[in-house]
Ligand binder design. Sequence first.
Ligand code: SF4
Length: 68
Amino acid sequence: MIRGVEKASMGGIVNISDETCLGCGACVEICPQHILYIDNNKDTAAVTDHGRCDRMKGCEMVCPVGAI
Ligand code: SF4
């Protein structure tokens, strides 16, 4: 499983492990681009728009379990 924020042509690609994510919402809170949310069907974090990711990697830094 690829995790973390990768560079893409127009922004970033945010890789989240559904198996590891706790659904705590820490990444959702810190994302300045507001592109993360908790998917209520899976109770895990999900991404609305990879192209708006600024690749600052705050989500990676705050995730307590390394799911991003
Ligand atoms: S911070 Fe990590 S564990 Fe918490 S919702 Fe985001 S990806 Fe899941």
